[in-house]
Ligand binder design. Structure first.
Ligand code: FAD
Length: 578
């Protein structure tokens, strides 16, 4: 198939998490021709498959390697924001945690069609949980594989005991909406027998042979083409540039009545729409772009989970029990045992992204937990958790052993800040976007308070009896950082992304109040143009955002196919509904 000659019923811009789900569902009808344009590489990298490989994916050839502009509230730091640039998108590079948040998160979106009972129904339909179906909570037989973490370290048990001594209860299932989200426990993961179960592998790969599906990787969409119909811009296709051969530019066209489906993620979807003339009129005019639809909310409302950490070294008698000790010999070579355990049993330290045990807590009387603790049984080398992952393995190059220790990554899981945005730097669509994280921009300073409370809570946990025989020194923030002022300065200097960007093409009924898409995910003031990805989420859920994105894409596919009204489901693998 030649995308520049054919015409399509659906052009999917971005073969990431949501794009792979749509590619599968929309090609179930063999009469519909679907084109997927993905800017990144094809899949198939070993580092994607093995969960611990995440450490090598940051700032790699599979990453967009985005940085925010200088953030004045963060002492002018530029914050690194990883995003997957590969088929499967960020599901191919993420930490694989499978968490949905709570019912109140979805009811809080203020869009009844996407409320908690509908959301739960779709979560269950698409899930294939290896622990089996649980009525009203988990599904089995769907497409998205979920399982319990397959690496366990004695330090996890010590953390659980410390959390219990601190006063938390065990939470056996953070996705069970019939119980409080608070407590400590395991976070389930989107893996299958210890292999990353990203959305390319699960949704797109099995259907790549369908004759009505064309997938082009290294094809970067540059602009949506529209024509005026009935007084509004209607999508007709898009312009894309191929990386190989460098910079050749092509056009892909829709059949009459076809749709462009924007699945480029919370940064690139609003970015591309602005390049195409959809956005805040004054900003587009400033960039020299013709305004097709004045959408004041485009690229605004960008939300993310801010994160900070505390880390402690282990006593010398416990040296050797951290995850890094289980992976590396002192010489820095990977242990044969770790490799054989992984390849023979799908278990052990290679089968984890190292943050799949933790806790949820309410730190100052909120109705829902504001803090997620991700406990890692390994020492952070830097106060920036993302940077530590990127440094993983590199100590070998300088001939040093990774120090044994533990890390509490503290995630502001229901942030109040709304100052984040994505806009254009120039009119050149090959340029990087102008990105602002918006961390700590809330009027009442609730978000920095949550992280400050988190540091104090984790310090208290580290002092519980359970840790007495284990922990030695506090590495980060370090004993010199004690007062609120000192802690806030530490936070402004080290806060990093927990990688949950959402909200920049917010779903809502009124474009004048900032909504970009309606409840059917159609762009306000445009025709044949929808957004189906994490950017439509109005308020960030109290969970990592991959599960919510898949739920949205599954339901969107049914909406696009007109299946929602009669609830007809004709998926290939019929999910077992309980
Ligand atoms: P993506 O999956 O990012 O897909 C967007 C796709 O569009 C990409 O493939 C991109 O290359 C492509 N694209 C962009 N621009 C263009 C263009 N111009 N032309 C063509 N293609 C384009 N969630 C969890 O649930 N659990 C976790 O543990 C977790 N950890 C995370 C860790 C990291 C490092 C990251 C980055 C994310 C993490 N997330 C996690 C978040 C989750 O992965 C995302 O919320 C989700 O994948 C977003 O899906 P999406 O479809 O909106 O975007």
């Amino acid at each position: 198939a030649n995308p520049a000659c054919d015409r399509y019923d659906y052009i999917i811009v971005g073969g990431g998490t949501a794009g792979c789900v749509l590619a599968n569902r929309l090609t179930e009808d063999s009469s519909k021709k679907v084109l997927v344009l993905e800017a990144g590489l094809p899949h198939g990298d070993r580092l994607v498959k093995v969960p611990v490989g995440i450490t090598r994916l940051f700032q790699s050839h599979l990453d967009w390697n985005l940085y925010s502009g200088k953030q004045s509230q963060l002492n002018n730091r530029q914050v690194y924001s990883p995003r997957g640039k590969v088929l499967g998108g960020s599901s191919s590079t993420n930490a694989t945690l499978y968490l949905r948040g709570t019912a109140a998160d979805y009811d809080g979106w203020g869009m009844p069609e996407w409320g908690s009972s509908e959301a739960r129904d779709w979560f269950i339909r698409c899930e294939d949980n290896s622990n089996g179906a649980v009525t009203g909570v988990h599904g089995a037989g769907g497409t998205m594989h979920v399982e319990s973490p397959r690496y366990h370290n004695e330090l996890h048990d010590v953390f659980f005991e410390a959390a219990r001594q601190y006063g938390l209860k065990a939470n056996p299932d953070f996705n069970d909406w019939s119980r409080s989200q608070e407590g400590y426990g395991e976070f389930q993961v989107t893996q299958e027998r210890g292999e990353r179960a990203d959305m390319y592998r699960q949704y797109m790969k099995p259907v790549e042979g369908r004759p009505n599906l064309t997938v082009v990787s290294q094809a970067r969409t540059l602009k949506i083409i529209t024509e005026q119909q009935g007084g509004k811009p209607v999508a007709r296709g898009c312009i894309f540039g191929m990386r190989n051969p460098a910079s050749t530019v092509h056009q892909a066209d829709l059949k009459p009545g076809g749709e462009v489906l924007m699945c480029a993620g919370a940064v690139h979807t609003p970015y591309l729409l602005q390049h195409s003339g959809f956005g805040r009129a004054d900003h587009l005019q400033q960039m020299g772009i013709d305004v097709l639809s004045d959408l004041p909310g485009m690229g605004r409302n960008l939300q993310d989970h801010p994160a900070a950490l505390t880390a402690f070294s282990l006593r010398s008698e416990k040296d050797g029990i951290s995850i890094t000790d289980h992976i590396y010999r002192k010489s820095g070579e990977i242990r044969m045992r770790a490799i054989s355990n992984y390849y023979l049993r799908g278990r052990g330290p290679l089968a984890t992204t190292a943050c799949d045990h933790g806790a949820y807590m309410t730190t100052s009387g909120q109705a829902q937990p504001d803090l997620q603790i991700r406990f890692a049984p390994g020492s952070s080398l830097s106060p920036d958790g993302v940077e530590t992952y990127a440094m993983f393995g590199r100590l070998k190059e300088v001939g040093k052993k990774w120090p044994s220790g533990v890390t509490f990554q503290l995630v502001g899981i229901r942030p109040q800040s709304r100052g984040g945005y994505v806009q254009l730097k120039t009119a050149d669509p090959w340029d990087a976007p102008d990105l602002s994280t918006g961390y700590f921009t809330d009027d009442k300073n609730q978000d920095i308070t949550t992280l400050r409370n988190g540091i104090q809570i984790s310090r208290k946990m580290a002092k519980m009896d359970a840790f007495a025989d284990y922990l030695q020194d506090e590495m980060w923030p370090g004993p010199g950082v004690q007062t609120d002022g000192e802690l806030d300065e530490y936070l402004r200097n080290t806060v990093h992304s927990a990688n949950a960007l959402v909200g920049s093409c917010c779903m809502g009924n009124d474009a004048r109040k900032g909504a970009v898409v309606d409840s059917q995910l159609r762009v306000h003031g445009a025709g044949n143009l929808r957004v189906v990805d994490a950017s439509v989420i109005p308020t960030i859920p109290g969970a990592q955002t991959g599960a919510a994105t898949v739920m949205i894409a599954e339901r969107a596919a049914a909406l696009i196919q007109g299946k929602i009204a009669d609830k007809t489901m004709r998926h290939e693998r019929q999910p077992q509904l309980v």
